[in-house]
Design a protein around this ligand. Structure first.
Ligand code: NAD
Length: 257
């Protein structure tokens, strides 16, 4: 590992080990090493599919069929995905009492699988392991929807007549009010705000680092590609989350000994 990166890791570890309100913000990039593709990298989901907007989903069976076709393609990767060393490193920091909460754009549930209690994972875009009826709001498991699609029902409906949709936020769909409020408050209050694996292009999630820096947070970004916040960071590490995060946690452990 380059000396420059080692130095950056040490700076981040020093800030985190001070304690305080440390917040981790994650995007699809933290889960690529678990086998779940991100959206915007080359070969990512948007290279193959276009997003189905919420109003299309609600008004057209063809759009609902297209939507579930994309979800079905992701299903095998999703059900076998396990937390990777980056998720586990964040969980390690949390176990040491150094992370107040995780704000995530991810819908894969891997932070919870890494051992972080659900109430400390703020899911801004929902969770794709379950489906919700757009009518009566009943929740059913993704496995159940998957079974129905395999049996030939290309756009499953609820018994109430509503449409079954992954319990995630589509383009054009309202954001969950409570989660956005919680995430905003956590960001405003953060001492260290660490972004991992996000292009920081999807709003309003991408506004969280701005709330944090406005109040003087120490901003860290660990990401493979550029983000609009790169010039505003205290520490920018362009590298793989699964390599960098375990190093940060190791350094923090060493400093806390
Ligand atoms: P994105 O696809 O826009 O960007 C991912 C970023 O992560 C890119 O900048 C990429 O360079 C970086 N990256 C990829 N692999 C990395 C690695 N190993 N280490 C470090 N960085 C890495 O993702 P986004 O900003 O989260 O926005 C996409 C939206 O899509 C989100 O709203 C999210 O809801 C959804 N999404 C979620 C999942 C998931 O839950 N795993 C997967 C795909 C998309």
């Amino acid at each position: 590992m380059e000396n420059n990166i080692k130095e950056k890791i040490l700076r981040v570890a020093r800030e985190i080990s001070k304690g305080g309100n440390n917040v981790v913000f994650t995007g699809a990039g933290i889960s690529t090493e678990s086998g779940i593709p991100d959206f915007r990298s080359k070969g990512g989901i948007w290279d193959k599919y276009r997003p189905v907007y919420f109003d299309e989903f609600m008004s057209s069976k063809a759009a609902r069929t297209e939507y579930w076709k994309m979800k079905e393609e992701l299903y095998p990767d999703l059900i076998k995905a396990k937390p990777n060393p980056a998720h586990m490193a964040v969980a390690g920091l949390h176990k040491m009492g150094l992370i107040e909460a995780i704000i995530t754009q991810n819908i894969d549930g891997l932070h919870q699988d890494s051992g972080i209690p659900s109430e400390q994972v703020i899911e801004l875009h929902g969770n794709t392991r379950r489906a919700r009826c757009t009518g009566c709001q009943k929740i059913i498991s993704l496995d159940e929807v998957h079974r129905r699609i395999e049996q030939g029902d290309s756009a499953p409906e609820c018994e109430c007549g509503g449409y079954l949709k992954s319990d995630t936020i589509s383009f054009g769909q309202a954001m969950p009010v409570d989660e956005v409020e919680k995430a905003t408050a956590l960001s405003r209050n953060a001492d260290v705000f660490m972004v991992i694996g996000s292009t920081l292009l999807v709003h309003p999630a991408a506004e969280m680092p701005a709330y944090a820096t406005k109040n003087g947070a120490f901003l860290v970004i660990v990401n493979l590609s550029e983000t609009p916040y790169d010039d505003a960071t205290d520490v920018l590490i362009q590298g793989k989350a699964g390599q960098i995060l375990p190093e940060i946690t190791r350094e923090v452990r060493r400093l806390k000994c």
